[in-house]
Design a protein around this ligand. Sequence first.
Ligand code: ZN
Length: 327
Amino acid sequence: MPRKQPCKVAENKSDVVREIPIACSNEDAAVDFLERKRWDDVPCCPRCGDTDVYKMQNREGGREAHYRWRCRGCKKQYSVRTGTVFEDSRIPLRHWCFAFWAACSSKKGVSALQIQRQTGLSYKSALFLMHRIRWAMADNPNTPPPKLSGIVEADETRIGGKPRAADRKKRGDGRKWSKKQKTIVAAAVERGGRVRAEVIPKVTGKHVTPFLKQHVAAGTTLMTDEHTAYPMAAWEIRAAEHHTVAHGSGEYARGAVTTNTIEGFFGLFKRKLNGTHHAVSTKHLHRYIDEAVFIYNHRAVDDGARTVAAIRGANGKRLKYREAVSA
Ligand SMILES: [Zn+2]
């Protein structure tokens, strides 16, 4: 009888996959993991940037109770939480590690309810934690990424607007899905590259143009559907060419002219909303957009690298409790 071959395990390039289970169960390991990932193995002071820093110790020579560091440059104390989305949070860092991993390793995201069940935190804490992680995933407004170029597809979609259960029993328009109650999300994607998306109030040239101006470079080839908002926007952003597909008459592709890439992004985003989160309020929708954009833009890297990218994104961002709940 031939000997059985040992099963082949795909070699994961990042060691994060092996470190994460330990970091999720042990606070010391979680702190160590976040310190190494946040500072890329060169610990530095978040206040002055000095790398002449040391770990504070307790009497027994172990780590100080709050895992603090001291900077020899500015003589101040800090910890891995200082100047990040975890500052002002009392949630143990092992739960942060778990939530970062969960959010970055599943394509359709993770709900606060699931985090609640798996960590034992309250729902309120779990929701707050997830909103902060989504903020860590958002592009840093101080260092915006380069604009989209080459071939760029732009489109918009409508989210929500499902009538309340009480209204569904009413006669007439009350029970219909209302176009007015839907929230519009505009998005642009560079073919083979990154995506940008934002909530816009209306699909008109007035609202589409500033969105495209902010995210799309001049001289690109723009592909859209035949909506009347886009010709003006294309002219305003100085697009080299503007091609449209006539969705109204059943045309979805004409050679290379299609908006299938952006439709693909919207498809993923909607499956995430319907499959994982079920109902998302308009005021928090932008956070879910940031998450979907982050996952899409990091689709080419493995789960470990994506988790590290999100942890690095936590740098320089703080979100106060009130902002997280109301904004
Ligand atoms: Zn310092």
